[in-house]
Design a protein around this ligand. Structure first.
Ligand SMILES: Cc1ncc(C[n+]2csc(CCOP(=O)(O)OP(=O)(O)O)c2C)c(N)n1
Ligand SMILES: [Mg+2]
Length: 421
């Protein structure tokens, strides 16, 4: 946050400095090496109380504290956005919302381990990765309204379909699992296009893709995992990192119904990929594991599939009521493992934060969201005639006629734009 109340720019500047300092080609030690090719207990850096399980190497302490602070800020900011947007949906002001609540550590831990030249294919709950890269809150909210500033999808999609060409953040397809086969294709193209210098130095840009546990039962998952292992452009593994947020529910289907394998990570072994399990509520652990997977992907080793263990503490989306199909006492137990509280305890414990700073940042996030929301909600809808854009270079006669009819109808109604359903 800066004094002029422009938090996202300040947060982004911090994040971008850290991307340069911490990302996988930076000086970060690859402490997570042991977690890779290990389908055992998820890798952790912090315990449930937010205490370090192993000391950071002295040379990295300062950098790690800065990283932890940036992660905490982004996680709290997204939590604030999510809570506000859930309330907006309940008030009938937007049609739909899918929150990340409880899974923020996976989102920002992964985002911090990547570089801006890398590409991201997010699932529903990884939209926050764009915020880390500098995506504006204003556009985020405009996408939720589908209004005139919705540069992501021009009001033609459901909310939560954030995308930015400039940030290499690909718009989510609502169809689950599509991220994985799309990412295999993106990584294949990236390997073909990278420079000889990047290739020789083992420093290629990488593609990151995220899915949920339910997505691992789709055919697309198996097709993509197989291709991820088999394709070896220029004789190297694809520059690809595959991430699965195992939040233990796929709407109302529990994790137990997804696989008979001991873990999801075991599936990667069968496809010849690297496999890792990480505590998905431990942002520093996710950062380290994704950083190591990205380092390997840049160098041309086999892509790594990462299973991040977490829990969907909220509803699937605003269209869902989990109390109808699960024991919410389990959910309450998971709430005590909240990733933001855990990182906050760590930061308070090492004096990188104090309670006054926590309260003031929480207030600033709230004010930022409320004021941005007020101005974005007041924006007009997307103009009706844009429905006819972006398919044909020149509209065929029958569509031209339909466009004229639509414009006349809008004028008769005194409306200049399309209305959301
Ligand atoms: C091909 C396909 N089938 C069904 C759906 C409906 N659907 C949307 S999300 C979802 C569950 C996703 O669960 P998971 O992959 O675990 O991700 P999570 O929502 O838990 O993050 C389903 C079944 C869909 N979008 N696409
Ligand atoms: Mg799930």
């Amino acid at each position: 946050m800066n004094e002029r109340g422009q938090p996202d720019r300040a947060a982004t500047a911090t994040a971008q400095d850290l991307i340069a300092a911490c990302s996988s080609s930076g000086p970060w030690p690859t402490m997570a090496k042991g977690a890779l090719q290990d389908c055992g207990a998820p890798y952790r850096v912090l315990d449930a109380e937010g205490r370090r399980l192993q000391p950071a190497p002295p040379a990295q302490v300062e950098l790690e504290t800065a990283l932890a602070l940036a992660l905490w800020r982004h996680m709290l900011r997204l939590r604030t956005i999510d809570e506000r947007m859930l309330a907006m949906q309940r008030q009938g002001r937007i049609g739909f919302y899918g929150a990340t609540t409880g899974q923020e550590a996976g989102v920002f831990g992964a985002a911090a381990a990547l570089q801006l030249r890398d590409w991201v294919h997010p699932a529903l709950r990884e939209g926050g990765m764009a915020l880390w890269r500098g995506f504006s809150l204003r556009t985020w909210l405009a996408n939720c309204f589908g209004n005139v500033e919705d540069s992501c999808t021009k009001g033609r999609q459901m909310p939560c379909h954030y995308g930015s060409r400039a940030l290499n953040h690909v718009t989510l397809s609502s169809v689950m699992t599509t991220q994985f086969p799309q990412a295999v294709g993106t990584a294949f193209a990236m390997a073909a296009r990278c420079t000889d210098a990047e290739d020789t130095a083992g420093d290629r840009p990488v593609c990151f893709a995220a899915i949920g546990d339910g997505a691992t039962s789709e055919g697309d998952f198996h097709v993509a995992m197989n291709m991820a292992g088999v394709l070896r452009p220029r004789g190297k593994g694809l520059p690809l990192v595959l991430f699965c947020a195992n939040n233990q529910w796929a709407i109302s289907t529990p994790y137990e119904r997804q696989t008979a394998a001991p873990t999801l990570a075991h599936r990667a072994i069968g496809y010849g990929l690297g496999a890792a399990r990480v505590d998905g509520n431990d942002a520093l652990a996710v950062f380290q594991v994704v950083a190591e997977a990205a380092r390997r992907a840049r160098a041309g080793e086999a892509p790594v599939f990462i299973e991040a263990m977490t829990y969907r503490v909220g509803a699937h989306t605003t269209s869902d009521d989990p109390s109808r199909y699960r024991d919410e006492r389990v959910t309450e137990a998971w709430r005590t493992l909240d990733p933001i509280a855990r990182l906050q305890r760590y930061l308070l414990g090492c004096d990188a934060l104090d309670q006054a700073a926590v309260d003031s940042y929480a207030r600033a996030c709230d004010e930022e969201v409320r004021s941005t929301l007020a101005s974005v909600e007041a924006l007009p809808p997307v103009a009706l005639h844009t429905l006819f854009d972006d398919v044909y270079a020149e509209l065929p006669p029958h569509l031209l006629l339909q466009r004229q009819e639509a414009e006349a109808a809008a004028e008769a109604l005194g409306a200049t734009g399309a209305h959301s359903a």
